[in-house]
Write a protein that binds this ligand. Structure first.
Ligand code: MSP
Length: 521
């Protein structure tokens, strides 16, 4: 285990519904980062999974006439299938009903109980089941959840409490020190302010158990209490890597703390307030960064099941293909901000960036290689580079650093733009150098070889940097150039060095990578 550990997670999704564009968005973004980090040689561990306890899931099961476990077992495969369809390369998939998780949850709360961080008390207040969140009377008016607008329930229970209020100061210090060190705990910056003012306004102790239903992990020290679903769910990030299992202590030490928890902005308080406080209480390190992205909006509204404006990932993948799907969400929505999505803009991106720029570059080049060089990468005669040759190469040489810098900021759009700078220049280069004219005379054949070689080399390099976002077509381009498995690359900067495309490699034309879509709606 010599490579750097890079541990990243998505939220674990509630199994009250099947995967939709919102949950797929977080998962695809995490996957693109995981793939990139593998390509720079990190020892990546990418976790996703399912949140299967709590009232919301119990209700869904009841409505379906199933036991909660049967219900979870019926929904879990839908997530597994969706992630396979989207080529998600998670290394683990945790379900909170698994023994390894339950054992870890119990070990954790036992430890906090033993260390005096818990006490028994009485809870009276509002509870929103769809959000699985407690609200105080002053946060609720007209029985409406301040977060989702649905009806809240009034609950009175004797519960166990976690002394969250004692962690306000340590939390504020955490946010401040990390920001001062240039490695903020909460990103993007705008989200941090929201969390800081929430903590400054004072933290209340948190009810961590429920007694009026049973679908949860039992507290080991108090009969009749099951853990509150959120503090069960948050623990997945450590139970998955062996917390609570002495046989996995080395794995846990190697993986923890995580580099990134990817979350939507809706669940930032749980991840930036409750979670680090729980970890501090247990004497564990807090993660390096919680990154909260924005919401996907359709026609100005958050896309959600309750609003009835949910598209399925499968319907879009069927229409556009898996790579264009992944490309669209990472290219068109600025990661970290809310973004509008629409069929029109998806068709535009597809036809413009993919069919015209990238697909067309590959097609015309592979065709010309077949036509002028019998389908083999030509050997350039080694003449001094022209200005155009040098300009093209400069785009390729600049790409590894600009891409790395963009990915460091999780700016997928900028990483793709940098890749498109090379793709667009390669198209320009072909237009200007006009290989079809060079092919007409014997004395320009040397130049023709140089031009085709340079353009093919640009395609090889562009495919490398498209791979984290568009794994299928990138692998296909490499196969057509008779290169090895693009997914086996573990040093992208070296792999991207100019001139590594072997002359003589067979080039196969194949079908267009992204056939144009004519129906614009
Ligand atoms: N089970 C909790 C998370 C526990 S993590 C310890 C949960 N689950 S969820 O199924 O509701 O998923 C919420 C997450 O789905 C959001 O944080 C976000 O990552 C993603 N999205 C759901 N709807 C979304 C949009 N409309 N847009 C973008 N992402 C959204 O909360």
């Amino acid at each position: 285990m010599s490579a750097e550990s890079f541990y990243l997670t998505t939220p674990i999704y509630y199994v009250n519904s099947v995967p939709h564009l919102g949950t797929a968005y977080t998962t695809v973004a995490a996957d693109a980062l995981a793939r990139y980090r593998r390509m720079v040689g990190d020892d990546v561990h990418f976790l996703t999974g399912l949140d299967e306890h709590g009232q919301k899931v119990a209700h869904a099961a009841e409505e379906a006439g199933m036991s909660p476990q049967e219900w979870c077992d019926s929904i879990a495969p839908r997530f597994v299938e969706a992630w396979e369809m989207l080529r998600i390369t998670n290394d683990d998939f945790l379900r909170t009903t698994e023994e390894r998780h339950k054992r870890g949850v119990q070990a954790f709360w036992q430890a906090l109980h033993d260390a005096g961080h818990l006490y028994q008390g009485h809870y009276e207040g509002w509870y929103c089941v769809p959000c699985e969140t407690y609200f105080t009377p002053d946060q609720v008016s007209e029985h409406e959840c301040p977060s989702c607008g649905r009806d809240v329930e009034f609950i009175r229970e004797d519960n166990w409490f976690f002394k969250l209020s004692e962690f306000a100061e340590p939390l504020l210090e955490l946010y401040e020190t990390r920001a001062a060190q240039g490695r903020p705990f909460i990103r993007p910056e705008t989200r941090a302010n929201e969390v800081i003012s929430f903590v400054k306004s004072g933290l209340k102790d948190l009810s961590i158990s429920r007694t009026t239903f049973t679908w949860g992990v039992p507290l080991p020290f108090s009969e009749g209490h099951v853990t509150y679903v959120w503090i069960d769910a948050l623990l997945n990030y450590i139970t998955a890597i062996g917390y609570g299992d002495p046989a996995k202590a080395d794995e846990f030490d190697h993986r923890w703390p995580a580099q990134y928890h990817f979350v939507g902005k809706d669940i930032i308080r749980f991840h930036c307030v409750i979670w680090p406080a729980m970890l501090m209480a247990a004497g564990l390190d807090v993660p390096e960064c919680v990154y909260a992205h924005g919401f996907l909006m359709t026609k100005g509204e958050k896309m959600s099941k309750s609003k009835g404006n949910v598209q399925t990932p499968a319907s879009l993948v069927e229409r556009f293909g898996v790579d264009p799907y992944r490309y669209y969400f990472l290219r068109d929505v600025r990661f970290g901000e809310d973004g509008s999505i629409s069929m029109e803009s998806m068709v535009q991106r597809y036809n413009g960036d993919l069919a015209n720029d990238w697909g067309n570059l590959c097609s015309r080049l592979f065709n010309m290689t077949e036509k002028y060089f019998d389908g083999a990468v030509p050997e350039p005669p080694g003449e001094a580079p022209t200005e155009a040759d040098a300009a093209l190469r400069a785009f390729a040489d600049a790409l590894p650093a600009s891409y790395a810098e963009a990915m460091e900021r999780l700016d997928y759009g900028a990483a793709l733009e940098a890749t498109w700078d090379l793709i667009k220049d390669a198209n320009r280069y072909i237009e200007n150098e006009a290989p079809w004219n060079l092919a007409k005379a014997e004395e320009t054949h040397g130049r023709l070889a140089t031009v085709i070689y340079n353009a093919l080399e640009s395609v090889r390099i562009a495919a490398l940097f498209c791979a984290p976002v568009m794994p299928e077509t990138s692998a296909d381009v490499w196969r057509r150039l008779s290169l090895g498995d693009i997914h086996a690359v573990t040093d992208i900067a070296t792999a991207a060095a100019w001139g590594r495309l072997p002359s003589g490699n067979a080039v196969s034309k194949g079908d267009p990578l992204y056939p144009r879509i004519y129906d614009e709606a």
